[in-house]
Design a protein around this ligand. Sequence first.
Ligand code: ZN
Length: 161
Amino acid sequence: MHLRDDLLELYLQEGLESAFIAKAESHLGFCKSCSARLVEAAFFTDQVAVFDHRQRAPDGNERRRLTRIATNDPATIQQVNPFSPDQSEVKVLDISRAGLRIHSSVSLLPGAFVKVRLRRIIALGVVQYCVTTKNEFDLGVYLRDLFSVGSGPPGAAASSI
Ligand SMILES: [Zn+2]
């Protein structure tokens, strides 16, 4: 049995109950088809909160604007495709519209699809480069999706399981 699209989406949003996370991860560990769909699921997530929804253009259309966030905060990175359940501690150097710059003790291959969790922000993107600095690595991640967790209506994520 493959994982349903909505479950893949919830997995990325950290909306799955812990019992189901283990099941999902063990399936994603061997199922290339589902881990590939995990990347597609990233495009259907709601982009909320970190974008300034109060900014509106004169024509009334909502303008989504992400200001550059400079930070040295610890974060975790997980490779989603090819799938690995492992999460590594990293440091996010900055987030901008273009992407993330990350300092990491592990290297990741360019082209890998990753999930980065920084406080309540979850960023999904593709590794663009990975360069060695001393014994560590600087990663560039092209941002595909960015959303915050814990700010939606309570219970909304769990009800569809
Ligand atoms: Zn599958």
